[in-house]
Write a protein that binds this ligand. Structure first.
Ligand SMILES: Nc1ncnc2c1ncn2[C@@H]1O[C@H](COP(=O)(O)OP(=O)(O)OP(=O)(O)O)[C@@H](O)[C@H]1O
Ligand SMILES: Cc1cn([C@H]2C[C@H](O)[C@@H](COP(=O)(O)O)O2)c(=O)[nH]c1=O
Length: 216
């Protein structure tokens, strides 16, 4: 028995957080290994403090490279405080976002360069990549319309960016998915919520049949 690390990625409004609320208990029912759910940016006390700075709509003057470094710093602390200890205890680690978000949003969206941002994060994650990443595929238009419907007046600093930014994020995710066919599996996140959850559940249980086999 060993720990496994699964990350969930997608554009704003892809439905990851919503899906994980239903998916987590369904997965827990299929294994005796404890499941730990976390998120980025954040996931541990210091990382959550960094999250507040990054997402603050008043931090309009934040430089793009500063933003990339802050996300990477939050990720490093999250890795040390939560991810690695969880895996060491042979638990199952689920993270709502991880390194691919930085490559898509800061590398592509902010136009820093995907390889440059990947290099910053090599320093932060020290080779610790997820065993599986599920990419929630949704168009920027659909994702943003969901965000506006949900919290128009409380969008964070990234959500408030122009559609051109979100289109670059989407295109960057497409490239990341293409470059990582073994690690990243795509699901159609424009489906009804229950279908998104069942697709994610099927991908995970198929990938790890020896872990998620309780009750079969
Ligand atoms: N499959 C779906 N169909 C329609 N609406 C959805 C679906 N999944 C989630 N939503 C709605 O879309 C909004 C955003 O969902 P959610 O917060 O889960 O997205 P997210 O991927 O976590 O986005 P972000 O990364 O920006 O936080 C919510 O109002 C949620 O109710
Ligand atoms: C981890 C990470 C996230 N982002 C962006 C993506 C979202 O717009 C916000 C907050 O994420 P959430 O899913 O809404 O909680 O931050 C980013 O730009 N780079 C990253 O590394």
């Amino acid at each position: 028995m060993s720990g496994i690390f699964i990350s969930f990625e997608g554009p704003d409004g892809a439905g990851k957080t919503t899906a994980l609320k239903t998916l987590m208990p369904l997965l827990q029912a299929k294994t005796d290994q404890e499941i730990v759910l976390s998120r980025e940016p954040g996931g541990s006390p210091i990382s959550e403090k960094i999250r507040k700075i990054i997402l603050d709509i008043h931090d309009e003057e934040m430089d793009s490279r500063t933003e990339a470094l802050l996300y990477a710093a939050a990720r490093r602390q999250h890795l040390i405080d939560v991810i690695l200890p969880t895996l060491k205890e042979d638990k199952i680690m689920l993270s709502d976002r991880f390194v691919d978000s930085s490559i898509a949003y800061q590398g592509g969206g902010r136009e820093i360069g995907m390889s440059e941002v990947a290099e910053i994060n090599d320093f932060a994650i020290d080779g610790h990549l997820p065993d599986l990443t599920i990419y929630f595929d949704v168009s920027p238009e659909v994702g943003l319309s969901r965000i506006r419907k949900d919290h128009e007046g409380a969008m964070d600093r990234l959500e408030k960016e122009a559609i051109s930014f979100h289109n670059r994020v989407y295109d960057s995710y497409m490239q990341i998915v293409k470059d990582n066919p073994d690690r990243i599996k795509t699901i159609d996140a424009e489906q009804a919520p229950e279908k998104v959850v069942s697709d994610a559940l099927n991908v995970i249980t198929k990938q790890f049949p020896n872990i998620f086999n309780k009750g079969e």
